[in-house]
Design a protein around this ligand. Sequence first.
Ligand code: FES
Length: 189
Amino acid sequence: MAETPEVEKTAADKPKAKAKKDKTEQQPDNLYSRRDFFSFAGWASFMGALGLSSVYFLRLLFPRVLFEPSPIFKAGKPSDYTVGDVSTKWVKDQRVWIVRDEEGIYVIFALCTHLGCTPRWLKTESKYKCPCHGSGFTKIGVNFEGPAPRALERLKITLGPDGQIEIDKSKKFLYEKDEWTKPEAKLLI
Ligand code: FES
């Protein structure tokens, strides 16, 4: 009579033991899939880093370059300019006035020396007038009214081998440094 419950207990324990065994058998699968995941994540990170370094390397091979327009331009022939006139032909595109007098031709940079606005040539008053704060400059470019602290700048002018006027906006001549008398500040004709 005392042995029967023991037999029943063993039989009842069988499913539990089976379940435990199943669980033990499943563990390697879970372990492998976790390993696979970490392995995949590792490769993905590596490939990502490789891709980023390749992009960086390619950018080094092809650096960004800003192409600025040349500061030199051709302004036609001296005969295109009339003695005594201030030509406004290049103000819009090149921001310069070309002035011809009895001696030759010179170029004035149309940039107000106060805060950089573009003055206007007023032919009837024979002066350049800045619309921003009222500075005024004589026909040759000297400041005489308003807050502008100094004269307008002149630019390099030469005659090219093709007979055309060449203006270099990167080379400036300053009145206060007595540079307007330098050879390339005026094209003598
Ligand atoms: Fe020309 Fe001020 S910018 S007067």
